[in-house]
Design a binder for this molecule. Structure first.
Ligand SMILES: CC(=O)N[C@H]1[C@@H](OP(=O)(O)OP(=O)(O)OC[C@H]2O[C@@H](n3ccc(=O)[nH]c3=O)[C@H](O)[C@@H]2O)O[C@H](CO)[C@H](O)[C@@H]1O
Ligand SMILES: [Mn+2]
Length: 317
Protein backbone atom coordinates (compact mmCIF):
# COMPACT_ATOMS: atom_id res chain seq x y z
CA UNK A 1 0.00 0.00 0.00
CA UNK A 2 1.51 3.37 -0.89
CA UNK A 3 0.99 6.47 1.17
CA UNK A 4 -1.69 7.97 -1.01
CA UNK A 5 -3.79 4.84 -0.72
CA UNK A 6 -3.60 4.86 3.02
CA UNK A 7 -6.94 5.80 4.60
CA UNK A 8 -8.02 6.59 8.12
CA UNK A 9 -9.39 3.10 8.50
CA UNK A 10 -6.44 1.34 6.95
CA UNK A 11 -3.67 2.71 9.12
CA UNK A 12 -1.86 0.10 11.10
CA UNK A 13 -1.95 0.17 14.82
CA UNK A 14 1.59 1.46 15.15
CA UNK A 15 1.02 4.18 12.60
CA UNK A 16 -2.08 5.21 14.49
CA UNK A 17 -0.17 5.34 17.69
CA UNK A 18 2.66 7.37 16.24
CA UNK A 19 0.21 9.86 14.91
CA UNK A 20 -1.95 10.14 17.98
CA UNK A 21 -0.90 13.74 18.58
CA UNK A 22 -1.89 14.96 15.17
CA UNK A 23 -4.80 12.60 14.64
CA UNK A 24 -7.42 15.27 15.22
CA UNK A 25 -5.79 17.51 12.65
CA UNK A 26 -5.62 14.62 10.18
CA UNK A 27 -9.26 13.67 10.53
CA UNK A 28 -10.16 17.30 10.00
CA UNK A 29 -8.00 17.66 6.90
CA UNK A 30 -9.45 14.44 5.54
CA UNK A 31 -12.88 16.03 5.64
CA UNK A 32 -12.21 19.16 3.60
CA UNK A 33 -15.27 20.13 1.53
CA UNK A 34 -17.25 17.19 2.88
CA UNK A 35 -14.78 14.72 1.38
CA UNK A 36 -13.42 11.93 3.48
CA UNK A 37 -11.43 8.75 2.82
CA UNK A 38 -13.18 6.00 0.95
CA UNK A 39 -14.57 3.41 3.38
CA UNK A 40 -13.32 -0.14 3.02
CA UNK A 41 -15.01 -3.39 4.06
CA UNK A 42 -11.91 -5.50 3.64
CA UNK A 43 -9.24 -3.45 5.32
CA UNK A 44 -9.15 -1.96 8.77
CA UNK A 45 -8.09 -2.89 12.26
CA UNK A 46 -7.44 -6.59 12.66
CA UNK A 47 -6.49 -6.63 16.35
CA UNK A 48 -10.03 -6.08 17.67
CA UNK A 49 -13.60 -7.18 16.92
CA UNK A 50 -15.83 -4.26 15.98
CA UNK A 51 -19.23 -5.95 15.82
CA UNK A 52 -21.10 -8.22 18.25
CA UNK A 53 -22.80 -11.48 17.18
CA UNK A 54 -26.12 -9.56 17.25
CA UNK A 55 -24.57 -7.00 14.89
CA UNK A 56 -24.15 -4.08 17.25
CA UNK A 57 -21.04 -1.99 16.54
CA UNK A 58 -18.25 -2.20 19.12
CA UNK A 59 -16.65 1.22 19.13
CA UNK A 60 -12.85 1.28 19.03
CA UNK A 61 -10.47 3.99 17.89
CA UNK A 62 -9.89 3.70 14.15
CA UNK A 63 -13.32 2.20 13.37
CA UNK A 64 -15.08 5.55 12.88
CA UNK A 65 -14.44 8.97 11.40
CA UNK A 66 -15.13 11.58 14.10
CA UNK A 67 -15.62 14.59 11.85
CA UNK A 68 -17.91 12.70 9.49
CA UNK A 69 -19.99 11.44 12.43
CA UNK A 70 -20.21 14.88 14.01
CA UNK A 71 -21.44 16.36 10.75
CA UNK A 72 -24.31 13.86 10.67
CA UNK A 73 -25.44 14.68 14.21
CA UNK A 74 -24.88 18.43 13.87
CA UNK A 75 -27.61 18.53 11.24
CA UNK A 76 -29.95 16.93 13.77
CA UNK A 77 -29.13 19.53 16.43
CA UNK A 78 -29.10 16.99 19.25
CA UNK A 79 -28.89 17.56 22.99
CA UNK A 80 -27.01 15.08 25.16
CA UNK A 81 -27.55 14.78 28.91
CA UNK A 82 -25.14 13.28 31.42
CA UNK A 83 -25.97 12.32 34.99
CA UNK A 84 -23.32 12.22 37.67
CA UNK A 85 -23.68 11.60 41.40
CA UNK A 86 -21.41 13.23 43.95
CA UNK A 87 -22.72 12.19 47.35
CA UNK A 88 -20.73 12.65 50.57
CA UNK A 89 -16.98 12.77 50.08
CA UNK A 90 -17.31 11.92 46.38
CA UNK A 91 -17.92 15.64 45.83
CA UNK A 92 -14.13 15.94 45.64
CA UNK A 93 -14.11 14.19 42.24
CA UNK A 94 -16.62 16.53 40.65
CA UNK A 95 -14.29 19.38 39.66
CA UNK A 96 -11.99 17.21 37.54
CA UNK A 97 -14.93 15.32 36.09
CA UNK A 98 -16.66 18.54 34.98
CA UNK A 99 -13.50 20.27 33.76
CA UNK A 100 -12.38 17.32 31.66
CA UNK A 101 -15.94 16.84 30.33
CA UNK A 102 -15.68 20.39 28.98
CA UNK A 103 -12.55 19.37 27.08
CA UNK A 104 -13.68 16.00 25.73
CA UNK A 105 -17.37 15.12 26.16
CA UNK A 106 -19.49 16.04 23.12
CA UNK A 107 -17.52 19.19 22.41
CA UNK A 108 -19.48 21.44 20.05
CA UNK A 109 -22.86 19.91 20.97
CA UNK A 110 -25.61 20.95 23.34
CA UNK A 111 -24.91 19.23 26.65
CA UNK A 112 -26.75 19.23 29.98
CA UNK A 113 -24.89 17.82 32.95
CA UNK A 114 -27.15 16.82 35.85
CA UNK A 115 -25.28 16.70 39.15
CA UNK A 116 -26.91 14.91 42.08
CA UNK A 117 -25.41 15.73 45.46
CA UNK A 118 -26.16 16.19 49.14
CA UNK A 119 -23.70 19.12 49.17
CA UNK A 120 -25.06 21.59 46.59
CA UNK A 121 -23.02 24.42 48.12
CA UNK A 122 -19.80 22.58 47.38
CA UNK A 123 -20.43 22.09 43.67
CA UNK A 124 -17.40 23.69 41.97
CA UNK A 125 -17.88 26.63 39.64
CA UNK A 126 -16.69 25.28 36.33
CA UNK A 127 -16.78 27.53 33.29
CA UNK A 128 -18.90 25.90 30.64
CA UNK A 129 -18.93 26.66 26.91
CA UNK A 130 -21.96 28.12 25.17
CA UNK A 131 -24.71 25.55 24.77
CA UNK A 132 -23.53 23.60 27.79
CA UNK A 133 -25.36 23.73 31.09
CA UNK A 134 -25.00 22.40 34.63
CA UNK A 135 -28.13 21.49 36.61
CA UNK A 136 -27.74 20.65 40.31
CA UNK A 137 -30.26 18.47 42.18
CA UNK A 138 -30.18 17.69 45.89
CA UNK A 139 -30.34 14.07 47.00
CA UNK A 140 -30.07 12.57 50.49
CA UNK A 141 -26.91 10.88 51.70
CA UNK A 142 -26.93 7.28 52.87
CA UNK A 143 -24.99 5.25 55.38
CA UNK A 144 -24.01 2.63 52.83
CA UNK A 145 -22.12 3.25 49.57
CA UNK A 146 -23.94 0.31 48.01
CA UNK A 147 -27.21 2.15 48.60
CA UNK A 148 -25.89 5.40 47.10
CA UNK A 149 -24.63 3.62 44.02
CA UNK A 150 -27.75 1.51 43.49
CA UNK A 151 -30.27 4.30 44.17
CA UNK A 152 -28.91 6.11 41.13
CA UNK A 153 -31.25 3.94 39.02
CA UNK A 154 -34.32 5.24 40.86
CA UNK A 155 -33.17 8.84 40.52
CA UNK A 156 -32.32 8.45 36.83
CA UNK A 157 -35.75 6.91 36.23
CA UNK A 158 -37.45 9.86 37.95
CA UNK A 159 -35.28 12.43 36.19
CA UNK A 160 -36.26 11.05 32.80
CA UNK A 161 -39.94 11.01 33.78
CA UNK A 162 -40.00 14.50 35.22
CA UNK A 163 -37.68 16.76 33.33
CA UNK A 164 -35.84 15.35 30.43
CA UNK A 165 -38.46 14.29 27.96
CA UNK A 166 -38.91 17.62 26.29
CA UNK A 167 -35.49 18.69 25.14
CA UNK A 168 -32.97 15.90 25.48
CA UNK A 169 -32.25 13.21 22.88
CA UNK A 170 -29.59 11.02 24.51
CA UNK A 171 -28.45 10.44 28.06
CA UNK A 172 -25.29 8.96 29.58
CA UNK A 173 -25.03 7.97 33.24
CA UNK A 174 -21.48 8.17 34.52
CA UNK A 175 -19.42 7.54 37.66
CA UNK A 176 -17.98 10.72 39.17
CA UNK A 177 -14.67 9.21 40.30
CA UNK A 178 -13.33 9.44 36.78
CA UNK A 179 -11.83 11.84 34.26
CA UNK A 180 -12.07 12.29 30.52
CA UNK A 181 -8.73 12.08 28.68
CA UNK A 182 -9.78 12.03 25.07
CA UNK A 183 -12.80 12.42 22.81
CA UNK A 184 -16.13 10.91 23.89
CA UNK A 185 -18.53 12.01 21.20
CA UNK A 186 -21.17 11.14 18.63
CA UNK A 187 -19.61 7.75 17.87
CA UNK A 188 -21.02 6.62 21.23
CA UNK A 189 -24.65 7.40 20.39
CA UNK A 190 -27.20 4.63 20.07
CA UNK A 191 -30.56 3.38 21.30
CA UNK A 192 -29.12 1.41 24.21
CA UNK A 193 -25.42 1.78 24.89
CA UNK A 194 -23.28 -0.36 27.20
CA UNK A 195 -19.59 -0.08 28.02
CA UNK A 196 -17.38 -3.14 28.37
CA UNK A 197 -15.68 -3.34 31.75
CA UNK A 198 -11.89 -3.01 31.40
CA UNK A 199 -11.20 -5.72 33.95
CA UNK A 200 -12.76 -8.75 32.27
CA UNK A 201 -12.85 -8.33 28.52
CA UNK A 202 -10.30 -11.05 27.81
CA UNK A 203 -11.71 -13.46 30.35
CA UNK A 204 -13.89 -16.49 29.92
CA UNK A 205 -17.49 -15.71 30.88
CA UNK A 206 -17.23 -18.12 33.82
CA UNK A 207 -14.95 -15.52 35.45
CA UNK A 208 -17.36 -12.60 35.05
CA UNK A 209 -18.51 -11.32 38.46
CA UNK A 210 -22.21 -11.71 37.64
CA UNK A 211 -24.66 -12.40 40.44
CA UNK A 212 -24.61 -16.18 40.74
CA UNK A 213 -27.37 -16.85 43.28
CA UNK A 214 -30.54 -17.93 41.47
CA UNK A 215 -32.64 -16.28 44.19
CA UNK A 216 -31.51 -12.82 42.97
CA UNK A 217 -33.25 -11.09 40.07
CA UNK A 218 -29.77 -10.25 38.76
CA UNK A 219 -28.87 -13.94 38.36
CA UNK A 220 -26.91 -15.00 35.31
CA UNK A 221 -26.53 -18.75 34.85
CA UNK A 222 -23.19 -20.41 34.15
CA UNK A 223 -22.60 -20.59 30.41
CA UNK A 224 -24.68 -17.45 29.80
CA UNK A 225 -23.65 -13.82 29.35
CA UNK A 226 -22.09 -11.92 26.47
CA UNK A 227 -19.73 -9.39 28.02
CA UNK A 228 -19.26 -7.96 31.48
CA UNK A 229 -20.48 -4.38 31.32
CA UNK A 230 -19.69 -1.45 33.64
CA UNK A 231 -22.13 0.06 36.08
CA UNK A 232 -20.07 3.23 35.80
CA UNK A 233 -21.14 4.21 32.28
CA UNK A 234 -24.20 3.44 30.17
CA UNK A 235 -26.66 5.40 28.08
CA UNK A 236 -28.86 5.69 25.05
CA UNK A 237 -32.11 7.34 24.05
CA UNK A 238 -34.40 8.38 26.89
CA UNK A 239 -37.01 5.67 26.43
CA UNK A 240 -34.41 2.89 26.51
CA UNK A 241 -32.49 4.25 29.50
CA UNK A 242 -35.78 4.79 31.31
CA UNK A 243 -36.73 1.15 30.76
CA UNK A 244 -33.31 0.01 31.95
CA UNK A 245 -33.33 2.22 35.07
CA UNK A 246 -36.90 1.27 35.98
CA UNK A 247 -36.22 -2.45 35.61
CA UNK A 248 -32.92 -2.39 37.53
CA UNK A 249 -34.49 -0.30 40.29
CA UNK A 250 -37.49 -2.61 40.65
CA UNK A 251 -35.38 -5.77 40.64
CA UNK A 252 -32.94 -4.27 43.15
CA UNK A 253 -35.83 -3.29 45.44
CA UNK A 254 -37.66 -6.59 45.08
CA UNK A 255 -34.43 -8.41 45.92
CA UNK A 256 -33.97 -6.15 48.96
CA UNK A 257 -37.46 -7.07 50.24
CA UNK A 258 -36.26 -10.67 50.27
CA UNK A 259 -33.03 -9.72 52.01
CA UNK A 260 -30.73 -10.14 49.03
CA UNK A 261 -28.33 -7.64 47.47
CA UNK A 262 -26.66 -8.56 44.20
CA UNK A 263 -22.87 -8.98 44.17
CA UNK A 264 -22.27 -5.63 42.46
CA UNK A 265 -25.56 -3.92 43.24
CA UNK A 266 -27.06 -2.13 40.23
CA UNK A 267 -24.11 -3.19 38.04
CA UNK A 268 -25.25 -6.81 38.45
CA UNK A 269 -28.83 -5.87 37.54
CA UNK A 270 -27.58 -3.90 34.54
CA UNK A 271 -25.65 -6.93 33.34
CA UNK A 272 -28.74 -9.12 33.66
CA UNK A 273 -30.76 -6.48 31.78
CA UNK A 274 -28.24 -6.22 28.95
CA UNK A 275 -28.21 -10.00 28.58
CA UNK A 276 -31.97 -9.98 27.95
CA UNK A 277 -32.05 -6.63 26.09
CA UNK A 278 -28.95 -6.56 23.93
CA UNK A 279 -27.33 -3.13 23.61
CA UNK A 280 -27.54 -1.63 20.13
CA UNK A 281 -24.07 -0.18 20.54
CA UNK A 282 -21.21 -1.43 22.67
CA UNK A 283 -18.36 0.85 23.71
CA UNK A 284 -14.92 -0.70 24.04
CA UNK A 285 -12.95 -0.35 27.29
CA UNK A 286 -11.50 2.89 25.84
CA UNK A 287 -14.68 4.39 27.28
CA UNK A 288 -14.07 3.30 30.85
CA UNK A 289 -10.55 2.39 31.74
CA UNK A 290 -9.06 2.41 35.24
CA UNK A 291 -6.00 4.49 36.08
CA UNK A 292 -4.37 1.68 38.04
CA UNK A 293 -4.38 -0.60 34.98
CA UNK A 294 -1.58 -0.41 32.43
CA UNK A 295 -2.93 0.29 28.95
CA UNK A 296 -3.27 -2.85 26.82
CA UNK A 297 -1.93 -2.85 23.25
CA UNK A 298 -5.36 -2.82 21.57
CA UNK A 299 -6.40 0.23 23.56
CA UNK A 300 -5.01 3.02 21.39
CA UNK A 301 -6.84 5.77 23.24
CA UNK A 302 -8.11 6.04 26.78
CA UNK A 303 -11.14 8.31 26.68
CA UNK A 304 -12.53 8.05 30.21
CA UNK A 305 -10.86 6.43 33.19
CA UNK A 306 -11.55 5.85 36.87
CA UNK A 307 -9.11 7.60 39.19
CA UNK A 308 -7.23 5.75 41.91
CA UNK A 309 -9.04 6.21 45.19
CA UNK A 310 -8.75 5.13 48.78
CA UNK A 311 -12.02 3.28 49.33
CA UNK A 312 -11.70 3.26 53.13
CA UNK A 313 -11.18 6.97 53.26
CA UNK A 314 -14.01 8.13 50.96
CA UNK A 315 -16.81 5.63 51.40
CA UNK A 316 -19.26 5.96 54.30
CA UNK A 317 -18.94 2.24 55.18
C1 LIG B 1 -16.24 1.81 36.92
C2 LIG B 1 -17.47 1.11 37.31
O1 LIG B 1 -18.11 0.46 36.52
N1 LIG B 1 -17.83 1.26 38.61
C3 LIG B 1 -18.92 0.51 39.22
C4 LIG B 1 -18.36 -0.34 40.36
O2 LIG B 1 -17.61 0.21 41.42
P1 LIG B 1 -16.85 1.56 41.85
O3 LIG B 1 -15.79 1.19 42.79
O4 LIG B 1 -16.43 2.36 40.69
O5 LIG B 1 -18.04 2.34 42.65
P2 LIG B 1 -17.96 3.80 43.23
O6 LIG B 1 -17.39 3.81 44.59
O7 LIG B 1 -17.34 4.71 42.24
O8 LIG B 1 -19.53 4.15 43.32
C5 LIG B 1 -20.27 4.38 42.17
C6 LIG B 1 -20.71 5.86 42.06
O9 LIG B 1 -21.70 6.14 43.04
C7 LIG B 1 -21.53 7.48 43.52
N2 LIG B 1 -21.18 7.46 44.96
C8 LIG B 1 -20.80 6.30 45.57
C9 LIG B 1 -20.51 6.29 46.92
C10 LIG B 1 -20.58 7.49 47.67
O10 LIG B 1 -20.31 7.56 48.88
N3 LIG B 1 -20.93 8.63 46.99
C11 LIG B 1 -21.23 8.65 45.67
O11 LIG B 1 -21.54 9.70 45.11
C12 LIG B 1 -20.42 8.11 42.67
O12 LIG B 1 -20.98 8.73 41.54
C13 LIG B 1 -19.60 6.90 42.29
O13 LIG B 1 -18.81 7.15 41.15
O14 LIG B 1 -19.43 -1.06 40.98
C14 LIG B 1 -20.44 -0.24 41.54
C15 LIG B 1 -21.43 -1.21 42.13
O15 LIG B 1 -22.12 -0.65 43.17
C16 LIG B 1 -21.06 0.68 40.50
O16 LIG B 1 -21.81 -0.08 39.57
C17 LIG B 1 -19.98 1.45 39.78
O17 LIG B 1 -20.57 2.23 38.77
MN1 LIG C 1 -16.43 4.45 40.33
Amino acid sequence: MNRTEETFWMRSETTLRKRRGIRVLFSFLEYVDGRYPQPSITQGRTDIVSVTPWLAPVVWEGTFHPVLLDSIYQKRNITVAATVFAVGKYIRFLKDFLETAEQHFFVGFRVKVYVFTDRPNEVPKVKMAAGRELVVHSVPNSKRWQEISARRMEIIQTLIEETLNKDVDYIFCLDVDSKFHSRWGTESLGELVAVIHPGYYKDDRSKFPYERRPTSRAYVAPGEGDFYYCGGAFGGVLAEVHQLAQTCRKNFEDDAKEGIEAAWQEESHLNRYMLLNKPSKVLSPEYLWQDFKARNAEVLVIRFSGVIKNYNEIRPN
